[in-house]
Design a protein around this ligand. Sequence first.
Ligand code: C5P
Length: 400
Amino acid sequence: MLKGKRILLIIGGGVAAYKALDLARRLMERGASVRGVLTAGGQEFITPLSVASLTGDECYTDLFSLKDEAEMGHIRLSREADLILIAPATADLMSKMANGIANDLASTILLATDKPVMIAPAMNAQMWDHPATKRNLETLRGDGIHVVQPGDGMLACGEVGPGRLAEVMDMVAAVEDFFGGDNLLLSGKRAVVTAGPTHEPIDPVRYIANRSSGRQGFEVAAALSRLGADVTLVAGPCVQETPAGVTRVDVETAREMEAAVNAALPADIAVCVAAVADWHVKNGGAQKLKKSKDGTPSFEFGENPDILKGLSGLKKGRPALVVGFAAETENVIGHATEKRARKGCDLIVANDVSSATGIMGGEYNEIHLISAVGAESWPKMEKGAVADRLALKIAEILKG
Ligand code: C5P
């Protein structure tokens, strides 16, 4: 999503400075390159070394450093970025920006730049509410500066109120929104995504299910939608919120899921993330089954449709790109390669879900992308970042 975007991250002095490290990491996971500038105040909270280690680039601190200026002058720093992001932006830095003061590296860069600037303010609630800060904020908005609103809550000083640095993922979303216009790589494409578990009824009150949370599938739907695709998400029973702009169809059983997927065709892209039950109960009860002295019930199972295989094998109207997921517990690449051939899909996203990995139900995923030409292994990333990277890959393949 942020592939190739260069972000100059100015870190001001505030307890929340430590969050800028996580912010840098999240932006980089999404493909951005991040270069850090740390103010004198910022250095009271975090070190240039931690910024440099994380970004893999020098961390710039001093306007009058002969070495820094010789290597990368402040004018170049201010110009070699697609966005300048200030997090946390202190009341002092906002005041300097609003008044055109340039007396250190950060403020000089900000006065010299011709690039878009975004601030994420963080300060004490009284400072945030002070008329001077309000005037400065208005001036900055008038100057075209983008603002990520601070949150409300317990502040580091012990007071409660507005002024908390926005959550890291909200800052990431603001940056993504900012670049969104350039990134509608899938506009005009239709996508169908399956997600979540299925429930296979035994009787009107009992069912067979699995532990899928639906999280990764919902992230994939959101990522495709962010790239401009028209997405139908066919979801088994799960509590995830519907991503913005996505059409959601709720289903319970595998057979309902298959019908909903077919109803969403034609599509250019199909991504089957759902953990579909392999079997349904053929002789379940039309009424709630009762205990009886004749013993325990015996169930007969019927095979469920394989939605992924069905889509991949369509003679007419096959989506141009069909993607499956494979959760394995050993020999991940080997089993997934075999699965790709058996299902007839174009790509398989394979991961190791053995319990030691913590992937099943967790926030992170570590995947191997299996295509006709082999396997590509991605580093461990948040499920949202995996989805963004997969969506970009899909866009790249469809472009040819
Ligand atoms: O065969 P297995 O369940 O391991 O395959 C996983 C892949 O196949 C996933 O992409 C899943 O969504 C899809 N699948 C399906 N319909 C089924 C079983 C699996 O679409 N009945």
